[in-house]
Write a protein that binds this ligand. Structure first.
Ligand code: NAP
Length: 277
């Protein structure tokens, strides 16, 4: 049985669907109970025993909006280890190296806790420009995407490619026992992203570059708590300094096929609708 935490979210729902398609018994964890899923909240230990019953492997995404998720994640993972769980695949981020604090600490401890493990460290998601995501809303309503990245580039990646790496890490007979930095096939600036959204979506979208303090204020105005807003803005500052200007061969190495380009992702998702639809 594979427990998919965040199984209703961006990567988790694709991971759960792929696992089910391939015949792996799968349990989706969600804070909202639904048929076939299990109620699970990182912050509510009373929900943990049912979620873990008979589970052998876990796809774990951290509690969203938490600057330091280690204090809620590590006790759960220790409980999982003392039960039936043998393998854990953690979704982290390219921006978070193993460290002595925060999600980096969970990463650093994973190999000590479990004999079979992997940490996925994707770059920024292509999904950030779709649906109800803030960039998509801004593109639709104001014809602009706003960042504090300047003209720096990011190796944007399709969540379906992350999910395929996750499924392999969860089910390959040989555990990966490593971290995977995952990118799309090319690094793009936000100007280049805006150009693709314009071309494929058929409505003009431009990139407006602002500074990190202004970006943190925008996040706060959108309801994000101030400390997390500052953290998110600091990630843009790091991008501006070139931290995400890279591509890796992880998707091809692990899955045997090339990652999808942002243009192909947009062609599939926008299908001639307005940008960000
Ligand atoms: N967006 C990016 O560009 C990017 C890049 C690199 C890494 N990441 C990382 O990817 C992760 C996912 O980001 P996302 O924005 O795409 O989110 P998402 O996967 O859509 O996250 C929402 C999911 O998390 C679950 N969830 C949230 N809080 C929870 C809690 N307290 N207990 C249990 N489940 C909880 C939600 O489940 P329910 O609502 O059903 O309970 C939902 O399935 C984040 O950790 C982020 O740092 C994102």
């Amino acid at each position: 049985m594979i427990l998919v935490i965040g199984g209703t979210g961006t990567t988790g729902r694709i991971v759960a669907a792929k696992l089910a398609e391939r015949g792996h018994p799968t349990r989706i964890a969600s804070r909202r109970p639904f048929a076939g899923g299990v109620r699970f909240d990182w912050r509510d230990p009373a929900t943990h025993p049912d979620a873990l019953a008979d589970v052998n492997a876990i796809y774990a995404i951290p509690p969203i909006g938490e600057v330091d998720p280690a204090p809620v994640m590590l006790p759960f993972l220790e409980r999982a280890r003392s039960g039936s769980v043998r393998r854990v695949v953690l979704l982290s981020s390219s921006a978070v190296p193993p460290a002595g604090h925060g999600l980096g600490l969970v990463h650093a401890r994973l190999g000590e806790l479990f004999a079979e493990w992997a940490v996925l460290r994707p770059s920024w998601f292509m999904e950030n420009f779709m649906g109800a995501q803030p960039h998509a809303v801004s593109a639709r309503e104001h014809g602009e995407i706003v960042s504090a990245t300047g003209s720096a580039r990011v190796g944007f990646v399709d969540p379906a490619d992350i999910a395929e790496v996750a499924v392999r890490a969860l089910t390959d007979p040989t555990p990966h026992n490593t971290d995977h930095v995952i990118t799309g096939p090319e690094a793009l600036s936000y100007d280049a992203v805006a150009a693709v959204l314009t071309e494929v979506g058929g409505q003009p979208v431009r990139h407006r570059a602002i500074d990190a303090a202004e970006l943190a204020e925008r996040h706060t105005a959108n309801g994000i708590p101030p400390d997390f807003a500052r953290f998110l803005a600091s990630l843009d500052t790091a991008i501006g300094a070139g931290a995400e200007d890279r591509t890796t061969s992880t998707v091809a190495d692990v899955t045997g096929r090339s990652p999808r380009s942002f243009r192909d992702f947009c062609r599939d998702r926008l299908r001639g609708d307005r940008p960000g639809a």
